[in-house]
Design a protein around this ligand. Structure first.
Ligand code: NAP
Length: 251
């Protein structure tokens, strides 16, 4: 098989959450340029519309404005009628705080988005794959924080460790149906989510000291992992975690 066909995503129907900015919008653009038919999901309809308009100059993109933590809205959305080849669960958040300062509200906000919404959206998308009898790939954007601990990140680490556990359990359960489930685990990337944290010089220095390759990651550092997991190149991969962490977790 030629390398282009091995990694081909041409005409694949791919749905990606958290697609309006940061890592999600960069991946969506990459997928569009690769010829996939991309559905963008986030809450801000205006941002989604302007991104979809831009992406439609390069390929195909549509959008669904949706709060993925509103499980009833997710169930009633157009997603229930579509059969996607690939789901990228990327929407996520963080609110770093010392353990003693975490409130129930902040705990619920992080767990509801990073873990619970991912679980039930995956359930809906997979139900259509099973009904149609198609193969599929679920790509969960986890984090290096799904593999190590860090101060002020107790809830975020919990949420990403849970995602890692869910990924492995679903990999086992869905493999007989030819549905693969894997995670991508980035180190720090400057996005609207992390910009504020990384503006703190001492935090930035601490972070860079742990990344052996000596720089923050960029969204395009994830493209190889996404192309691998979305395509037939990874036919035998399920339950895996791809560390895009510049060696943070290597020691
Ligand atoms: P970001 O810049 O804050 O973007 C988050 C995206 O999620 C936005 O498109 C946002 O759009 C959407 N979103 C937030 N809440 C939502 C909801 N309730 N329903 C639907 N969409 C929602 O974040 P990012 O840095 O790109 O992070 C993306 C993913 O990568 C997250 O899972 C994060 O944990 C993971 N990650 C990030 C880093 C990093 O350093 N940046 C490192 C490792 C892992 P709306 O506000 O319009 O809904």
């Amino acid at each position: 098989m030629k390398v282009d066909s091995l990694f081909s995503m041409k005409d694949d129907k791919i749905i990606i959450t958290g697609a309006s900015r940061g890592i999600g919008s960069a991946i969506a653009e990459f997928l569009c340029e690769a010829g996939a038919r991309v559905t963008l999901v986030a809450r801000d309809e205006d941002e989604l519309r302007s991104l979809a308009t831009r992406l439609n100059n390069k390929g195909y993109a549509d959008f669904i404005a949706l709060d993925v933590t509103d499980l009833a809205a997710v169930k009633n959305s157009r997603i229930k009628d579509e059969c996607y080849d690939v789901l990228i669960n990327n929407a996520g958040t963080n609110h770093p705080l010392p353990f003693q300062d975490v409130t129930e509200e902040i705990y619920d906000k992080i767990i509801n988005l990073n873990t619970k919404s991912t679980y039930f959206l995956t359930q809906l998308v997979v139900s259509n794959m099973l009904r149609e009898g198609t193969s599929g790939s679920i790509i969960n954007i986890s984090s290096q924080m799904g593999h190590v601990g860090a101060k002020n990140r107790s809830v975020y680490c919990m949420s990403k460790f849970a995602l890692e556990g869910m990924t492995r359990a679903l990999a086992v359960e869905l493999a007989p149906h030819n549905i693969r489930v894997n995670t991508v685990c980035p180190t720090f990337i400057e996005t609207p989510m992390t910009k504020g944290f990384l503006e703190d010089e001492s935090f930035r220095t601490e972070v860079l000291a742990k990344i052996k390759t000596g720089r923050l990651a960029r969204p395009n550092d994830l493209f190889g992992a996404i192309a691998l997991l979305a395509s037939v190149a990874s036919q035998m991969m399920t339950g895996s975690s791809l560390m895009i962490d510049g060696g943070w977790t290597a020691d």
